[in-house]
Design a protein around this ligand. Sequence first.
Ligand code: SF4
Length: 291
Amino acid sequence: MNHEANELIEMLRDAREYTRFVSEMGVETADEPSAIIERAPVDTEPSALFARTAPSLTSKAIESSASSQPRSTAKAPNQLAAASADSLFGEMAEPQPTFTASAETLSDIWTDIGDCTRCGLCEGRTQVVNTHGNPKARLMFVGEAPGADEDAQGKPFVGRAGQLLTKMIEAMGMKREEVIIGNVNRCRPPGNRQPTLEEAAICRPFLFREIATIKPEVIVVMGNTALRNLLEAREGITRVRGKFQDFRGIKVMPTFHPAYLLRDPSKKRETWADLKMVMEYLESVREKRTP
Ligand code: SF4
């Protein structure tokens, strides 16, 4: 088959996947298939995708000051939470080493978190919303913080944005139960404001401990807050999205937050392109493992 025919097949596949994606997300589109094909990305060969991988962002995301605090003594809001990140990931230095997987379980971490009062967000929450999903997931999604629905139900991403995230996961050919989903902060900020830098710095070591336990192959960070707290990226999500980053040896794909997609559905196209790269990567890893 010649190159043009391969390219046409690829474009048709893109168009079909994109149509399914927007359809599953409940988006009405006036696009004719030909219009979709016209705009569909064509450089979807894995080699082309991974050639776009950006150099690792400077990631000083692990607080060297984060120290393990027994719950009974961790009352002051300014105290940093969670086990020593250094003990998990080593000293913060460039280049950052691949972290050593943790022996603790998610239950161990959640027991440690308990009815956490380590930052001021404890005051307005109904309950702590821990990471939820498959503890052996190959794919992890990380967002910002719980909203009202999550605060009420005790699970991340169960509101409108969560329903959209579920559709995104299903459009990738997976079930929500196969992946794992969490947030940088586990308590709902008042009025759904962004967590402050300090609140995020206090809470995120729990997320890092979970990552060390889960050992996902890819983390999709959704939105600026998650991006900046996982990778300490200086650039915003619009510039960084669609380019694989590195978090201690784990591939990280930044993309738009589902809540943002609800406000601006036109960004679903770019989000789908990002998710496709994740799918390609996971598939390439699977193929390598297959004897
Ligand atoms: S947001 Fe995190 S650190 Fe703050 S009280 Fe909730 S669980 Fe604790």
